[in-house]
Design a protein around this ligand. Sequence first.
Ligand SMILES: Cc1cc2nc3c(=O)[nH]c(=O)nc-3n(C[C@H](O)[C@H](O)[C@H](O)COP(=O)(O)O)c2cc1C
Length: 197
Amino acid sequence: MSRRFFEGAALAAPLPAVLITCRSPEGRDNVMTAAWTGIVNTRPPMAYVSVRPERFSYGIIRERGEFAINLTTSKMALETDFCGMKSGGKTDKAKKCKFTLLPAETVDCAVIGQSPAALECKVKREIELGSHIMFIADITGVTVDERYIDSKGKINFGQAGLMAYSHGEYFALGRKLGDFGFSVRKKPKRSPDNKKK
Ligand SMILES: Cc1cc2nc3c(=O)[nH]c(=O)nc-3n(C[C@H](O)[C@H](O)[C@H](O)COP(=O)(O)O)c2cc1C
C-alpha cells in the first residue's frame, strides 16, 4: 500500500456545502456558500462558520452577530455553487436563485424555504485564524421542512436529497449504510419457532 505525502492542506471530505444567510443593517438579505462549517458543541448547541474578511457577508455577520445555516440538496446544487461565485455586494443572489425567503424565528435574517433545515445562529466568539475568521455561534433555533418530520415528531432526512461537497465537487448523498449505534446494537430476538422475524 503506497501513500503520497502532501504538505498541510485543508483536505477533509465530505463536507456540507451550506448556504449562509444574513441581513445587512439596512435590511438587505444575502446568501453565501460555505463549506468551512459545522457543529462544535451539543449542549448548548453550537455551530461555526469560517469566513474570509473580504466576503460581503463577513461585514454583515460581524456587525449583526447573526446568521443562519441553510442545508442544501442536490436540487439546489446549481444555486449553491452560484452563491459561492457571486458576491452580494453586486448581485441579489436570493432573487437570482428564486429562493423563497422566510423569516427566521430567533434571529433577524431570512431562511431559505427550499432548504430542508435552517440553523439560526447568534455569534458568541470570533477567532482570527489566518485566511478566515471563525464565527462560533449558539444555535438559537432550528426550522425543519415538515416533509422531513415523521408522525412521531422525529426528523428524518432520508428523502431530503441532501448534498455533500468533496474536494471541489458536489455529490448527491447515496445509499443508507446504517444508523447511529448500529454496530453495537443487539440483533432482533428470534421468534419461538427459532425463525428470524
Ligand atoms: C462550495 C463552496 C464553498 C465555499 N466555502 C467558503 C467558506 O467556507 N468560507 C468563505 O469565506 N468562503 C467560501 N466560499 C466562497 C464564498 O461563498 C464566495 O466568495 C461568495 O461569493 C461570497 O459571497 P458574499 O461576498 O456575498 O458574502 C465557498 C464557495 C463555494 C463555491
